[in-house]
Design a protein around this ligand. Sequence first.
Ligand code: SF4
Length: 231
Amino acid sequence: SELSALDARITVCRACDRLVAWREEVARTGRRASFAHEPYWGRPVASVGPADARIYVVGLAPAANGANRTGRMFTGDRSGDWLWAAFHRAGLAASPTSTAAGDGQRLTGARMGAAVRCAPPANKPTTVERATCAPWLAREIALMPEIRVLLALGGIGWGAVLRVTREAGWILPRPQPRFGHGATAKLTTPDGRAVTLLGSYHPSQQNTFTGRLTEAMLDDVLATAKRLAET
Ligand code: SF4
């Protein structure tokens, strides 16, 4: 499909010098001791989930020792563990865990991607890197005509959705909607389809360890996403 062709192109992108250097350096030398003998992906990470998904989840970026190691979005780190478990509770994922591509995990009705496809140092992509990676997200959204809900995990995902939909000629509310947990904004595609942008705190350890994001809060957001996807 066109979407898998896009995925294949994403995984060989080398547009950001700093991120190419970092993702490859971590894969070569910067490994965490517990993964020292495992092969690392060390490349951009494509999205996971079916092309006809109504819910598209936009995260921040792969983690250096997470998806940058496994090659599968949101796997191999605690954020991913949290997310897959919540997706399973919501009935969107076949199993509560995902470890790497080929693990038998399957999403139904949802696809997961990220604002930036390469692991950034300290999980902080620069403004230029965010802008450089945005066209991949734009192309992906354009190839998913069933999307009803864009679920942004964190403010960077939220900002990426606003940027690419505005540039694609979607009608956005004014003033620019602000990110928050449970925040929503109504977007309209150029051909008149209604899509809801929904915000959730990112399941990063700094949010989950501190209780800023609880399992119940994530479950609530996913229930809202499912409800909005049905309308
Ligand atoms: Fe390409 Fe995006 Fe990776 Fe930059 S972050 S190298 S644009 S895939």
